[in-house]
Design a protein around this ligand. Sequence first.
Ligand SMILES: NC(=O)c1ccc[n+]([C@@H]2O[C@H](COP(=O)([O-])OP(=O)(O)OC[C@H]3O[C@@H](n4cnc5c(N)ncnc54)[C@H](O)[C@@H]3O)[C@@H](O)[C@H]2O)c1
Length: 326
Amino acid sequence: MSILLTGGTGFISSHLARSLVKEGHNIVLFDKFINRKRIKDILTSVKLVKGDVALWDEVVEVISKHDVEDIFHTATELAVKAEKNHASAFKTNIEGTFNVFEASKMLGVKKVIFTSSLSVYGPKSGFPIKEDSYRDPTSFYGVTKVFGEVLGMFYHYKHSIDFRCVRFPVVIGPGRRGQGVTVIFSTLIEKAALNEPVTIDIPQNTMLPILYIKDAVNFLISLWKAEKVRKRIYIVGGIPISLEKLVETVKRFVPDVQTNVEIDEEAEQVAKVWTLLTTIVVKAGQDKLYRSIKELNWELKYTSVENIVKDFIECVQKHKDMFTSY
Ligand SMILES: NC(=O)c1ccc[n+]([C@@H]2O[C@H](COP(=O)([O-])OP(=O)(O)OC[C@H]3O[C@@H](n4cnc5c(N)ncnc54)[C@H](O)[C@@H]3O)[C@@H](O)[C@H]2O)c1
């Protein structure tokens, strides 16, 4: 029996895989664009399969060949790419997600954990947002996340798949890559830890609700292990932080971090949306609103930005070979 992680060498899955390997599970990482560097330390402890979730035969083959019991489905085209190319995101996020559920039904997979996002919310979602708030995505990426959630619930009701889902805020941590406004909150800390200069392309007053990768991974594991889940879709909340405050905090640990500011107009617009979204997310760990706190055996450990930045810098400096050279 094994556990399959689609998008397995991505940012979140690579950290998740590390924790699952430590617990002694058989892990299969399935990815279209394998990133060996991110999983350098666990390469010999996992099975690595190159494949595309949008291709039915490849999904069926990986599940049946490795006797997969549960799946963490994280393979996705993220926001910036999905906004630029809807057709490509449709293949991965919509067809790929359908393939994962349909193959799971056919081959008897028990649990499918789906990583959704706060991007399912929008202006009509109300304040403060809760798990049951109206979904009003304003991006194509958000639309694909709503699809994954609804499809997962359908496969649960109709075909008894134990579907479970988390809507993450912005997850930050070592190894986060890609484009977009949310990535700079990770690369700022990573580059500072490596004494590399950082180019900031969004205004300093941009706010994001952040969650540290170690808390995100623990959440996924709690969600997976919970004996019972009542409503199946959970929010975690995030710690609201402005880029300015994050730079200040990083400077406490790396006083001579070099930052150049080159504002990109397109990024600035997206940053405004995120700042607005941050105001409707309840602070992680301090809320009693979300089911995650009441129903799952999970607790936020990195409750302050200082703790996050300190641990993040230590991790990067300890494993420089995994994080240098972009
Ligand atoms: N990082 C965040 O802040 C955040 C926030 C909310 C939700 N999420 C969700 O968490 C999940 C993981 O995000 P991440 O930040 O690790 O992203 P990531 O881009 O680092 O990882 C995604 C992985 O999926 C792989 N992939 C893409 N298309 C594929 C395909 N067609 N077939 C197989 N693999 C494919 C990529 O190669 C990559 O390794 C995603 O579902 C994302 O929507 C992330």
